[in-house]
Design a protein. Structure first.
Length: 420
């Protein structure tokens, strides 16, 4: 069996048109109009397949094929939300491959031993609230109603209120928490979002571990004043303080942390943000990731120490806040072995690798066996309008996942004959 690439590309074409930024990448935030358009399209496709569909209190979509089979399900899928001006393939590839696999199983009338469940996680990117993987954190019981009321967007509106205004029954999130006995395995197909597969000339990556992350928000408060009349030795400049901290963290990550540790400042907010005014306040975010907790903790400690030192030296008010985190995880040896065995059996050009990006699959590891399949991102680009994954690589990854599902959930001929 193989996936129908042409049919899946039609799905891509439809959903990619649901964007707030036409001709400038895909902008499709969770709980937006574009998100609703995408959900309506996908749910219509699920209904055509007679799937049992559930949308939970935070907007995760679970659609099950083989509902009559009273066994734990094999879960496949990813997310449909994007960053601002993001790419076509991030998240969406995994969702559409999963949908296509169910279509093939149904068309071929394949006898399965486990239900196949398509999962679409809400708010994976964190574009609304700065907190990644919100949907999978709720699904796995890591976040509850109180957290949704606490987490707010840039305008101060809570995740609870936004989800409720989207029409979700957000007061009942605890009732939707996934139970241990519900899922036998979860496999997520995703673009690599890096250049390793391309540079190594590999068509498939088999993920062994997913990096953990901590995201910090740092606020520095100074004294806003005239840029021309305030002597340098009399300034309380939070932008200068922020520059010192950012430069220090970069140097620590490069020279003192582990080889797998990375630290990034990608967002800075300055007030009043005028070219001829010393800022009053600067807020910036530090994203720290590693497959080893030691590397994350090293940067976190260095960040705290430097913020304290700079605020003292520059006479600033400072606050550092941890706003999101996930632990590094090792993926299931059972599922990783099944993927590698299948890739070897069918002659795929593959490699084992780690994931520097966090994924919803990481949230599932406490509850079930988890695996991931990566497909190449050309030039390593992602979260960008230039993000591109070749059609043949999507097909390779999709066919491999289908073949793994055959191995895990399709009845043997002997079983079929016995059942007759």
């Amino acid at each position: 069996m193989n996936i129908n690439l042409k049919r899946m590309l039609n799905d891509f074409s439809t959903i990619v048109s649901f964007t707030r930024t036409p001709n400038n990448g895909c902008t499709r935030f969770s709980y937006s109009y574009e998100d609703r358009q995408t959900r309506e399209y996908l749910i219509s496709q699920m209904k055509d397949l007679d799937l049992s569909i559930k949308v939970d209190a935070v907007g995760n979509i679970r659609a099950k094929y083989g509902m009559e089979i009273k066994k734990t399900s094999i879960m496949i899928g990813s997310h449909i939300d994007t960053v601002e001006n993001g790419g076509k393939y991030d998240g969406l590839s995994g969702v559409l491959v999963a949908l296509e696999i169910i279509r093939v199983l149904k068309e071929e009338q394949v006898a399965i031993s486990h239900p196949i469940e398509l999962i679409i996680f809400a708010e994976e990117e964190g574009s609304n609230f700065g907190v990644t993987m919100l949907g999978s954190k709720v699904l796995t019981g890591k976040y509850g109603t109180a957290d949704l009321k606490r987490i707010k967007n840039g305008e101060g509106v809570s995740a609870y209120d936004i989800a409720k205004s989207f029409g979700l029954s957000v007061d009942h999130v605890e009732k939707d928490v996934l139970e241990n006995e519900e899922v036998d395995a979860m496999i997520e197909l995703h673009i690599e979002q890096g250049a390793v597969l391309e540079t190594q000339n590999k068509s498939v990556g088999i993920v062994q571990a997913i990096a953990g992350m901590k995201t910090f928000k740092i606020n520095l408060e100074g004294d806003s004043n005239h840029a021309g009349t305030t002597p340098m030795d009399l300034r309380q400049d939070p932008m200068a303080g922020a520059a010192t901290i950012i430069s220090h963290i970069r140097q620590v990550a490069k020279t003192q942390a582990l080889p797998t540790t990375v630290a990034t400042v990608g967002k800075i907010i300055c007030q009043p943000n005028m070219p001829n005014v010393i800022p009053q306040r600067v807020e910036f975010f530090v994203d720290v990731r590693d497959v080893d907790s030691e590397g994350i903790d090293l940067i976190a400690n260095a960040l705290t120490e430097k913020v304290n030192a700079v605020t003292t030296e520059d006479n600033l008010q400072g606050k550092i806040e941890l706003i999101g985190e996930s632990n590094p995880v090792k993926l299931s040896s059972r599922i990783t072995h099944a993927i590698e065995e299948t890739a070897s059996e069918y002659g795929y050009n593959y490699m084992r690798m780690n994931s520097g990006a966090v994924h919803d699959a990481a949230m599932m590891t406490d509850l079930t066996d988890v695996g991931m399949i990566f497909i190449p991102s050309m030039e390593g680009k992602s979260h960008s309008p230039d993000e591109y994954t070749r059609q043949e690589d999507i097909k390779s990854g999709g066919d491999l996942l289908l073949q793994v599902i055959e191995k895990l959930a399709v009845k043997t001929k002997e079983t079929n004959q016995t059942s007759r």
